[in-house]
Design a protein around this ligand. Sequence first.
Ligand SMILES: NC(=O)c1ccc[n+]([C@@H]2O[C@H](COP(=O)([O-])OP(=O)(O)OC[C@H]3O[C@@H](n4cnc5c(N)ncnc54)[C@H](OP(=O)(O)O)[C@@H]3O)[C@@H](O)[C@H]2O)c1
Length: 337
Amino acid sequence: MTDMQRIALARRPKGDPVPEDFSLETGPVPEPVEGEIVIETSHLSLDPYMRGRMDDVQSYAPSVAIGETMTGQGVGRVIASKADGFKVGDLATGMTGWASHAVVKAAEARVLPAEVPPSLFLGALGMPGFTAWTGLRKYGRPQADETLVVAAATGPVGAMVGQLAKAAGLRTIAIAGGAEKCRIATETFGFDAALDHRAYETAADLRKDLAELAPDGVDIYWENVGGKILEATLPLMNVGGRIPVCGMISWYGGVEESQDRLPMMWRSILVKRLHVSGFIIFDHWDDYPEFLTDIPAKVLSGEIKHLEDVAQGLDNMPTAFISMLKGGNTGKQIVAL
Ligand SMILES: NC(=O)c1ccc[n+]([C@@H]2O[C@H](COP(=O)([O-])OP(=O)(O)OC[C@H]3O[C@@H](n4cnc5c(N)ncnc54)[C@H](OP(=O)(O)O)[C@@H]3O)[C@@H](O)[C@H]2O)c1
């Protein structure tokens, strides 16, 4: 029988991950027991949250143990099933980890429609797109003519946030890394304006240009990155503004010095009566069926645009992941096997 390959956590990273923090392991393809299926993966997802799972710290989900397969979602074909509702040959998705084959509990897996490219369920139609959709309506509460700012704006979360906000009649400002991503933000994803955060040394410089693009202030700051961009935006928030706190990728490898100044800005939350709402998507999966009745048709028709950045081969996962954490991806980072 074919071997299965998987990428394990070899050691805990110090700061930014390096290739030596991972190891490629080979073993037998797992067998399902009652209530389980085996998926042979075709596409694996790379997501920023995986950086947090590499650390041995208390968080909203357990850490990956040394030697354990890196956590993550995959899509592929069912090659063995001992579960009702799944048959060999079905397309399915579940938490397969970074692996060529995975045994998954049927209760935690989902059959995918044959007519939709399965990788979409890792991005625009999966966890990141759903995060944007549910977080924006519950915590962003957008109103027409308001102004929204989002960073990592060409990624699967930021691009969906921007497009949904634009469709709701908001002025949308993208922050992205580099001139090309800024061009994509406005031309592909329809943002009204875009700023390249890498072009600014300080938060104060970035704030000056952001203020010019948002002359009426900022009503929704969708927090994806923290750091310099948070520091630039917070003082521009309008009274009653909303900050859905979705992620803080600029701090995932350690904390930069701007965090020392952020407690001073805590005052903005009081003075501006801001609604700051941290949320984790796994508290919201009950709403996923509703998302599926609304968004897939718009994505498939092109009304909502999406971009994928596809790396090839399981052995390239660590370098694709390390690159994504630094902004090397343009669009949803996927690995095709
Ligand atoms: N709360 C939840 O349940 C939940 C669910 C999904 C995602 N998230 C979070 O949402 C955020 C976006 O996720 P995604 O999947 O859409 O990621 P993504 O945009 O595909 O990838 C991460 C992007 O972050 C940007 N970035 C990296 N370091 C940065 C820095 N120091 N300063 C500014 N930007 C930086 C880069 O974009 P640029 O090159 O454009 O800077 C990079 O491409 C992440 O923080 C993630 O953890 C949270």
